[in-house]
Design a protein around this ligand. Structure first.
Ligand SMILES: [Zn+2]
Length: 455
């Protein structure tokens, strides 16, 4: 396993895209044996366009954008205090729950209903009950909201490990989920005794904690039959060995692939003392020196498909590129672009797998929209008597095709950028994918997967 070269040459990318865009057509089986669900966290059309412009040029397209089936998905969320009233901006917990369990819930909830907290079964649980193998691959902690929504049931996404259960000054957290109170424990504790065959990602620190009986979650997982590896060498050594496996390649979210040159990110627009604007310096994206030796999303997906591909009755795998969202929160376009590239590379691995196994459904979608927008620079109103410039923060990125793209973040002035309430795209290929069309609900994707698998 290795890191991959930083730059996808446009011509090569286009050639691969053309190969991937071929519709399976007549040889497409009616029922899927397996399903692979990709989630680009925080990906909407604007975030996709930013990454596409940088990597592939304004006329390019990611591999999944050439899939034969495509839809827009409404991101529906409701108020916890009154689930009959919509909330117009979701999060990874409500979006993850919609996709994983087909239920519209309130922000922060993990596979539980708004208002009453009732647990709802996830597609991984239903697939496991039907004899399929299941897996989760993510660049975040495996206890983070998106992966958690596929495997755990809890009222608050932040209750990731035993140490996170108690109240904070601003949040009551999860007293009802303590085992002493009849609950299932934290997300890590639930993963440790779950049916999921394979989990790869970050988050070791949530497992390196003692539960209410003073037993570590790592120990609980081993007692439940999991092998635990913490680096690529460990993963390579285990290849082919049977049994349940958790790979945790960092303490929390894994380092991202790319950063801006000299750690450049979006900044507030600055002016000279005479009031004239200072053009933000354009920058390129470079490899993140802190990436280290952790496996890429592509490598983890490849490992997962080799392992789950041996399942006698098929599998369901969820793969998340998590830090598109986390980097957008920080106003870091290069982080977003690098993690979108990682998503595309992982999807290509799945598409190659599907070439060999046409009875595989591939879905690519997102949990919610995000903050970044492409804007004109200078502002169209820069030459007015009182020149106007965008509020918030701005980054100017020099794209691989030689242009300069200006990206604006304007959802929060002094803290992290915020999610936005736009619909998100869905791309599909393989049996069952044909029901991905028009305007859907995000929660419909659950039914698309289950129907494709005949469950
Ligand atoms: Zn977020």
């Amino acid at each position: 396993m290795r890191n991959v070269p930083s730059v996808v040459p446009w011509a090569l990318a286009s050639a691969v895209v053309l190969a991937l865009s071929a519709t399976p057509g007549a040889r497409q089986p009616a029922v899927a044996r397996s399903a692979i669900v990709f989630i680009g966290d925080g990906v909407d059309d604007h975030q996709l366009t930013i990454a596409r412009n940088y990597l592939l040029g304004a006329g390019g397209g990611f591999s999944f954008e050439y899939f034969p089936y495509r839809a827009g998905a409404r991101v529906l969320t409701v108020l916890e205090s009154d689930p009959s009233i919509p909330e117009y901006v979701g999060d990874s917990a409500s979006g993850g729950t919609a996709i994983a369990a087909g239920v519209v819930t309130s922000r922060g909830r993990i596979a539980t209903r708004a208002g009453n907290g009732q647990a709802v079964p996830t597609m991984l649980e239903l697939a496991a009950a039907a004899g399929k193998w299941t897996g989760i691959v993510t660049t975040s902690s495996v206890t983070d909201a998106t992966p958690a929504s596929f495997v755990a049931h809890i009222n608050r996404r932040f209750c990731q490990g035993p140490d996170d259960m108690g109240p904070t000054p601003t949040d009551p957290r999860c007293p009802e989920a303590l085992k002493a109170n009849g609950g299932l424990g934290s997300i890590a504790e639930q993963i440790a005794v779950s049916d999921v065959d394979l989990l790869l990602g970050g988050g070791y620190r949530h497992f390196d904690q003692l539960d209410e009986s003073r037993v570590s979650v790592v120990r609980r997982a081993r007692d439940a039959g999991y092998r635990l590896v913490r680096d690529v060498a460990g993963l390579d050594a285990i290849e082919g060995a049977p049994g349940k496996l958790i790979g945790l390649f960092g303490d929390d979210t894994l380092p991202v692939e790319w950063v801006g040159e000299a750690d450049a990110r979006a900044r507030p627009v600055e002016f000279e003392s005479d009031g004239s604007v200072i053009d933000p310096q354009p920058f390129r994206c470079v490899d993140n020196p802190a990436f280290g030796s952790r496996p890429t999303l592509e490598a983890m997906t490849e490992f997962a498909l080799e392992r789950l591909g041996a399942a006698p009755d098929g599998f369901v795998l969820m793969v998340e590129s998590a830090s598109i969202d986390k980097q957008a929160h920080q106003g870091r376009p290069c982080g977003q672009i690098g993690e979108t590239r990682a998503l595309d590379q992982a999807v290509r691995v799945a598409a190659s797998f599907q070439e060999q196994h046409p009875d595989t459904l591939i879905l690519v979608s997102s949990d919610h929209g995000h903050a970044a927008q492409i804007i004109p620079w200078p502002s169209l109103f820069a030459s007015r008597a009182e020149p106007q410039y965008p509020p918030g923060k701005v980054a100017r990125v020099r794209t691989l095709e030689g242009g300069v793209m200006t990206v604006s973040y304007g959802t929060n002035e002094n803290y992290l950028e915020e999610h936005t309430g736009t619909q998100v795209p869905v791309f599909a290929r393989g049996p069952g994918g044909e029901s991905v069309r028009g305007l859907m609900r995000q929660s419909d994707l659950f039914g698309v997967v289950l129907r494709a698998l005949g469950l």
